[in-house]
Ligand binder design. Structure first.
Ligand code: BG6
Length: 478
């Protein structure tokens, strides 16, 4: 077993967030509404996220956690100072599309929105923290959904291209690391939250989703092209919700099923990293009578504009089977269902905990793409208890992260080129799948509960000093 080995020199340590889960200020300074602003707390959230949303307007009966979130819009200076104290080299954040183009199709960007991100980047610069910016982390301006049907519509490619170019031109001297779409493969599962898509009764679900996916893939390639022209010393990546599927048994049918389930996600990255639709995807589309709205120009754009690096989230491995009876015993996990794996534990939210799966998944991605890898999400959502003296002993989080980082280092020793690691939610934030505050990932505690009560005061958990030490020793303390 490798012990006390450091990570590669210059390794980018940090934390990852998303605009709608931290910023709040959902209408401030001209911001428009996004799909995620329509996601309430409670059981309707996931139903809406999957595409069955009953209204594109806000409703009095709901509480919407993104509206205040943790108020990063006003607290970014204090929060970034704490990230700097931990020694962050990089901070992953996303830009809210509707802060820049409130309606999505506006002719001019919203200067106040642009200024906010300028201020955040300047603050990061003070501490030599590199921003890693996701252009879209689930957000789609609601007006683009109302007027164009979201990513169903090819016109979204042009709006996204304009939005991306606006960002590259404005921030070309401040931001060198970019990600086009967060967890692009999530579109097949959370069609409304990921792409602003609702499926009508007369529509074929797969046809709608794969056409929307195609639009995002072309938009992503166009953003890659624009970034390379505008920021020649920048780097731009794709982003996969990763976690390989294990076959439940060695039965060849189970093994094929696991490979097939992995390909459902790899399909996106195969296009973004290799520049064309893989054979298995063409077969799937043909056999399911899906005709893609794909032009010769699209093919050329995809081919010529592949990504520089592959970024990914890893929370869990997944397990599947070809046997419908076995498939009945499922557990939760980042929207991707999984059979309960008898060899692994689960979190309080039923997500499989599998550190070795992190090493396996990382190796699989490296073997498949041979492009630099960037881990941009990993972490444990857990309930934290504040002790009477205000301290928080989150040893379970330290344990989870320690085990995962150990396996990541093993993957690097295996030969995988990994350039950085940003743990998910270095500061407590709103859960994407449940809208809860009590599902906490942070090294920094935020005083706010599920009902929206609390002072929003920040305090350090035990894991704060632990992570600080990990970074200070470049992983040697793992
Ligand atoms: C990823 C998303 O899927 O998982 C994040 O990119 C999300 O936005 C994270 O927060 C953890 O999921 P959850 O549901 O626990 O917030």
């Amino acid at each position: 077993m490798t012990e006390n080995k450091q990570f590669p020199e210059g390794f980018l340590w940090g934390g990852a967030t998303a605009a709608n889960q931290i910023e709040g200020a959902y209408k401030a300074d001209g911001k428009g509404l996004t799909n995620v602003d329509l996601m309430p707390t409670g059981s309707d959230r996931i139903t809406f996220a999957k595409g069955n949303i009953n209204s594109l307007d806000l409703q009095d009966k709901y509480m919407y956690p993104s509206h205040e979130a943790i108020d990063f819009y006003h607290t970014y200076k204090e929060d970034i100072k704490l990230f700097a104290e931990m020694g962050f080299k990089v901070f992953r954040m996303s830009i809210s599309w509707a802060r820049i183009f409130p309606n999505g199709d506006d002719s001019e960007p919203n200067e106040k929105g642009l200024q906010f991100y300028d201020d955040v980047f300047d603050e990061l610069k003070k501490y030599d923290i590199e921003p890693l910016v996701s252009i879209a982390h689930f957000d789609v301006p609601v007006e683009l959904i109302k007027n164009y049907d979201g990513w169903k519509n090819r016109k979204l490619i042009d709006f996204f291209e304009k939005y991306s170019i606006t960002l590259f031109e404005r921030y070309k001297d401040k931001v060198k690391y970019w990600i086009t779409f967060n967890e692009i493969n999530m579109l097949l599962h959370l069609s409304f939250m990921g792409a602003g898509i609702t499926i009508n009764e007369n529509e074929d679900r797969n046809s709608v989703l794969y056409n929307a996916a195609h639009h995002q893939l072309v938009a992503s390639a166009k953003a890659v092209k624009a970034m390379k022209e505008i920021i020649p010393d920048g780097q731009i990546g794709c982003m996969l919700a990763a976690g390989m599927f294990y076959p439940y048994t060695p039965a060849p049918d189970d093994i094929f099923k696991a490979m097939d389930k992995d390909r459902e996600s790899y399909f996106f990255i195969d296009v973004q990293a290799r520049g064309e639709y893989p054979g298995y995807a063409k077969r799937f589309l043909k056999e399911n009578n899906i005709t893609l709205d794909i032009t010769e120009d699209d093919k050329k754009v995809l081919k010529e504009n592949t990504v520089d690096f592959i970024s990914y989230s890893y929370y869990s491995s997944r397990t599947t089977s070809a046997d419908p009876e076995v498939l009945k015993d499922m557990t939760a996990g980042n929207v991707f269902g999984s059979i309960k794996n008898p060899y692994t534990e689960v979190s309080e939210w039923g997500w499989t905990i599998d550190p070795k799966g992190f090493r396996i998944t990382t190796n699989q991605l490296w073997d498949r793409y041979q492009k630099p890898l960037f881990v941009v999400e990993n972490g444990l959502g857990a309930v934290d208890t504040v002790n009477p003296d205000g301290s928080i002993d989150d040893d379970y989080r330290i344990d989870y992260l320690n085990q995962h980082l150990h396996e990541l280092r093993e993957a690097i020793e295996d030969g995988c080129e990994v350039i950085g690691y940003t743990s998910w939610g270095p500061i407590d934030l709103v859960s994407a799948s449940t809208g809860e505050m009590k599902k906490r990932y942070g090294f920094i505690y935020v005083d706010k509960d599920n009902e929206g009560n609390g002072t929003l005061k920040r305090s350090k958990k035990k894991s704060f000093d632990w992570y600080k030490n990990v970074i200070a020793t470049n992983g040697g303390s793992i």
